[in-house]
Design a protein around this ligand. Structure first.
Ligand code: PEP
Ligand code: MN
Length: 259
């Protein structure tokens, strides 16, 4: 039985399909507000945006850090939507708490037990991404670390795993996502942006996630992806995000769910 997790006014795991959309990283207030307003207009139920980024290359943009928190406040105030941001170390919890509605654990931190234990002591919902080379049982055990601390508000997110395939950024393990939903009490989202790395593959995988009975999607959207400071190559344009939610709506209706 899937437990529902309250996020803002939304019950993740219930009859509504969670659509988290926004940039990989927060770059400027203007950038965040432009994207946030538009994804809201197109039916997003939550905004995403990285304050702290965990980049593979130390020379890459690492996120604005604490100065981005004021932009998160502005986006929430203007859209009224809940905000999801990643926490990359335990000290950052207090920087983000009170400003965001969901704390994301990134793929590279799924095995960070010190962080998972600290998150168990918070009362904010946790979006726990699957490690890029984590088995399904390891993913659920990471969730148990958070539960052991007393926080049961966990939403899992399948974001693709590393395989021998190189044509797609990662390999979306849709069966694994369904397995996790069947074998754990947690709602499960799919992140096809990181799973595929290709905007053309994002909408088909979102529709597949909805058809498979999963609880929502997280997608990267940027109004000027050619100049994004991180992951611009995989971001949807505002227009393509609108097309995506328009195609999700009738499918969800046939499944007895809605945006
Ligand atoms: C992200 O959501 O921007 C991100 C870094 O994802 P992941 O941890 O899945 O790579
Ligand atoms: Mn990203």
């Amino acid at each position: 039985m899937t437990r529902t997790v309250p996020v803002g006014g939304f019950e993740v795991g219930g009859d509504r399909f969670l659509v988290v959309a926004g940039p990989c990283a927060i770059e400027t207030q203007d950038q965040l507000l432009t994207i946030a307003r538009d994804v809201r207009r197109h039916g997003a139920s939550a905004i995403r945006g990285g304050v702290f980024k965990m980049r593979t290359d130390p020379r890459s943009f690492q996120g604005l850090g604490p100065p981005a928190v004021a932009f998160v406040d502005a986006a929430r105030a203007e859209t009224g939507l809940p905000f999801v941001a990643e926490v990359t170390s335990p000290e950052q919890i207090e920087v983000l708490a009170g400003h965001v509605d969901v704390l994301q654990v990134g793929s590279r931190n799924m095995h960070n037990t010190a962080l998972l234990k600290e998150l168990g002591r918070t009362r904010l919902p946790i979006l726990l991404k699957r490690g890029l080379a984590a088995r399904l049982d390891e993913w659920l055990m990471a969730a148990e670390y958070v539960v052991a601390g007393g926080n049961e508000a966990i939403v899992l997110c399948e974001r693709g795993i590393r395989t021998f395939e190189t044509e797609t950024r990662n390999t979306l393990d849709l069966a694994g996502a369904v397995w996790a939903r069947q074998r754990s009490p947690f709602p499960v989202l799919v992140d096809p942006s990181h799973a595929t790395g290709q905007p053309d593959l994002v909408a088909p995988m979102c529709l597949a996630a909805a058809a498979a009975g999963l609880d929502g999607i997280m997608v990267e959207v940027h109004h000027e992806s050619f100049r994004a400071l991180s992951d611009g190559f995989q971001a949807l344009t505002l227009e393509r995000f609108g097309d995506l939610t328009a195609s999700l709506e009738p499918l969800l209706r046939t499944l007895g769910r809605r945006l």
